[in-house]
Unconditional design. Structure first.
Length: 309
């Protein structure tokens, strides 16, 4: 058994992470007027937000090219792979997962295992890195797919946007109608139902940034403090490095037992959330899927995160 891991650019894995865990990435196209950019290939992180702030015409997104996908599968087949795990951004905000399912149903040279992350950015990256680590440790496909589903049970997200109009414009906010007439008066707190449909919705409204920040931190504390497993958290931003560092410093000080890291909201996700978005995704610590010798632990069944209604 020889297993590959393929994800898309909305995971925003660093080059070092891709190489370390042997993860392949397909870029997602951004359509801007008559021009097509490939996420972090034809347009960079800072360049994108600078252009977004000055452009009269706003961009949209597509999904990775079916031709690029089939080319990668051809490469895996030629290299002797028996299986490929394809980790996609949430089916609640993209049709890419259904495309992978169709390809998997037609492909008979290699087993294609679609996995719907029900999230994006750092959460998607966590799945890909766990899969890569499990493969390196010798886990079989059944254990890897089990652990990915288990990790999903433990994952949650909170984020705050400066401007809801991007999410409304691109149709990615499931309860957008409830914000008519209030866009400039509130600081919405958003989440994704990772254990359900993977859609984005606003779960709370605050009048000030500081109140919204405390709301997010209280949610994080309440949802993680009684869990039986260790937590890791990623704080990430759409080009607001000072605020990201402030979040990181504060969370590390208040939650010293947890593991914190940082990432970015790159161009293709930035199309939908705009600049100034702050976000955090947490889940079970990936290290806890392995024993002290680095071997995969079988039969893990994590307590699920249950967001308040």
């Amino acid at each position: 058994m020889k297993i590959a891991v393929l994800t898309d650019s909305s995971a925003y894995l660093t080059k070092e992470q891709q190489e370390k865990y042997q993860i392949d990435v397909l870029p997602i196209p951004i359509i801007w007027g008559k021009k097509v950019y490939h996420d972090l290939v034809d347009i960079g992180y800072e360049e994108f937000y600078q252009k977004l702030n000055t452009a009269k015409e706003l961009p949209t997104t597509s999904q990775p090219s079916i031709g690029d996908l089939k080319q990668k599968i051809d490469e895996y087949v030629a290299a002797g792979y028996t299986d490929v795990i394809v980790i996609t951004l949430s089916s609640g905000i993209s049709s890419y997962f259904s495309t992978i399912q169709s390809v998997a149903a037609e492909e008979d040279r290699i087993k294609v295992h679609p996995f719907d992350s029900k999230i994006t950015c750092a959460g998607e990256a966590d799945y890909a890195m766990l899969a890569g680590r499990l493969i390196e440790a010798g886990a079989d496909i059944d254990l890897i797919m089990h652990d990915l589903k288990d990790l999903q049970k433990t994952m949650d997200v909170r984020f705050m946007v400066d401007d809801l109009s991007h999410l409304k414009r691109t149709g990615r906010l499931s309860n957008a109608a409830s914000f008519v007439g209030t866009l400039f008066k509130i600081k919405p707190i958003l989440s994704m139902d990772v254990q359900n449909e993977g859609k984005i919705s606003a779960i709370a409204k605050e009048r000030q940034y500081k109140r919204a920040y405390r709301h997010v931190q209280n949610d994080f504390d309440n949802l993680t403090k009684n869990l039986s497993y260790k937590i890791q958290d990623t704080i990430f931003d759409s080009l607001d490095p000072e605020k990201k560092q402030a979040w990181l410093d504060d969370y590390r000080a208040k939650f010293p037992k947890y593991k914190f890291d940082t990432s970015i909201i790159g161009p293709v996700v930035g199309v939908h959330v705009g600049q100034g978005t702050m976000s955090m995704i947490w889940c079970r610590d990936l290290d806890t899927y392995f024993d002290e010798n680095g071997q995969p632990i079988k039969g893990i069944e994590s307590q699920a995160v249950v967001d308040p209604e």
